[in-house]
Design a protein around this ligand. Structure first.
Ligand SMILES: Nc1ncnc2c1ncn2[C@@H]1O[C@H](COP(=O)(O)OP(=O)(O)OP(=O)(O)O)[C@@H](O)[C@H]1O
Length: 210
């Protein structure tokens, strides 16, 4: 089993504790995290990516308890093994498209996937030297997906990747994430409240505010 989430709970400062369901995900599998607005979906994704530390429980990725790693060890483990697609692209404005991807290789201390191949796969090869400030929203989002895939991670986490897209682009982005995940044998976890995504990925867990 690639990823195991066990007895996880978390409380933001001044907020009620959120308890999350247990689940496992294998390499090559896709899973949706569903739930109402404010139920804790992004919080769970941040726990899985080691961006937050749980109040109780554990996240085990490839036999490593992420929640027991700290500082540089955690950053390096995340850089090598986890690719995160955030709600907003968060690209570095001073760097062009190619450099934004190469930065991921640098932080992951890993050669990973070839930048040219990745840009071609995601249909943005002709933008390699463009400033990220000149990209359309959809292009910027594809660059952020390419960056998450650059190190060929074992786990891909995506937070609401389709919320601002129309139906046809929603389908394209989900296909892209699934195709890329299966190409590198990664597990794919997508947070969404977009009902359209359920048509493409039937496997889901639901986060409920208690
Ligand atoms: N930094 C924070 N400080 C305090 N409370 C927070 C913080 N981040 C989130 N929360 C609260 O924690 C709860 C869960 O938030 P979270 O963002 O995980 O929900 P979500 O299910 O992803 O919501 P949405 O679908 O609206 O994005 C919410 O009640 C939210 O207000």
């Amino acid at each position: 089993m690639l990823l195991q989430a066990k007895s996880l709970s978390f409380a933001h400062p001044g907020q009620k504790s959120i308890r999350f369901p247990d689940f496992n995900v294998d390499s090559g599998q896709s899973l949706l995290i569903l739930g109402n607005s404010g139920s804790g979906k992004t919080t769970l994704l941040n726990l899985l990516g080691g961006l937050l530390s749980p109040a109780s429980g554990e996240v085990v990725l490839d036999g490593v308890k992420i929640n027991e790693l700290k500082g540089q060890k955690l950053d390096l483990f995340r850089g090598k093994n986890i690719g995160i697609v955030f709600q907003k692209p968060h690209l570095l404005a001073a760097l062009n498209v190619r450099e934004n991807l190469e930065l991921a290789h640098f932080f992951g201390k890993k050669e990973g996937q070839k930048t040219n191949d990745l840009l071609k796969d995601l249909g943005i090869a002709e933008k390699a030297k463009s400033s990220v400030l000149t990209l359309s929203e959809g292009e910027a989002q594809r660059v952020s997906i390419a960056r998450a895939l650059a190190n060929a991670p074992k786990l891909i986490l995506a937070d609401e990747p389709t919320s601002s897209l129309d139906d046809s682009n929603t389908e394209k982005v989900i296909r892209l994430l699934q195709t890329q995940a299966s190409k590198i044998g990664a597990a794919l976890i997508i947070v969404t409240h977009d009902q359209r995504v359920k048509q493409h990925i039937p496997n889901f867990i639901e986060v409920k505010a208690s």
